[in-house]
Design a protein around this ligand. Structure first.
Ligand code: DGP
Length: 218
């Protein structure tokens, strides 16, 4: 971790996160953004959390589909561990020049667990030391609109009252790395805005913006 803080002024890839409520359009926009950036000849990969392919990811997946029940703190730490198990790979991709477009990150971790009533600072603690995003693109959509978008599925958190609380906690997490994009606009306008903001961020990182850890600035 200390080594991350000292790696300054080297061209690198960007860590760009998309966040938002369930059904805010993140996954579709991630896919569109990745293919746009790759079309520009950039080295870009699509990532997502939870990463359900790992053993821990499978435990999370079973919890989300209500096949298993875990204590709120236990599942919180599993989500965080799922990000930690990818940290080293994430750092090596970024430092070798690959940009990562990531569907959800630590902000989901805190917002969803705090919405259950867990202490906000307690929720943030295990995320400290993960790589801080260069940019968080928050797709802002009222929880009521999200609920109307094709209806929620059967996963644990897809309930309107719960999503309203998640939205409040997301707002409490905003910092200077965040850009709020109106997720109610037409898909194409959202896409265009994300492209422009992401391209700016990518050039800053190519010019040697230092890599830092969460939550060192707050
Ligand atoms: P997704 O695969 O993006 O649809 O996410 C699955 C669900 O898990 C979704 O309701 C958001 C929630 N989620 C994602 N990351 C975390 C996390 O770190 N902690 C908690 N508690 N929930 C999360």
């Amino acid at each position: 971790m200390e080594s991350t803080e000292s790696k300054t002024s080297v061209a690198r890839g960007s860590l760009i996160i998309l966040e938002g409520l369930d059904r805010s359009g993140k996954s579709s926009q991630c896919a569109k953004l990745v293919s746009y950036l790759q079309g520009k000849g950039l080295s870009v990969e699509a990532w997502r959390f939870p990463d359900r392919t790992t053993v821990i990811g499978q435990m999370i997946s079973s919890y989300l589909s209500n096949e298993s029940h875990l204590d709120d703190k236990v599942i919180h730490l599993l989500f965080s561990t799922n990000r930690w198990e990818k940290r080293a790979l994430m750092e090596s991709k970024l430092t070798s020049g690959t940009t990562l477009i990531v569907d959800r990150y630590s902000y989901s971790g805190v917002a969803f667990s705090a919405a259950k009533g867990l202490d906000f600072q307690w929720c943030k603690a295990p995320e400290e030391g993960l790589i801080a995003p260069d940019l968080v693109l928050y797709l802002d959509i009222p929880p009521e609109n999200a609920a109307e978008r094709g209806g929620y599925g059967t996963e644990r958190y897809e309930k309107l009252e719960f999503q309203k609380k998640v939205a409040e906690h997301y707002y409490a997490l905003r910092d200077s790395s965040w850009e709020i994009v109106d997720g109610c606009l037409k898909m194409e306008s959202v896409e265009e805005q994300l492209r422009e903001i992401a391209m700016n961020c990518i050039s800053k990182c190519q010019n040697g913006k230092p890599l830092v850890n969460l939550w060192s600035g707050n």
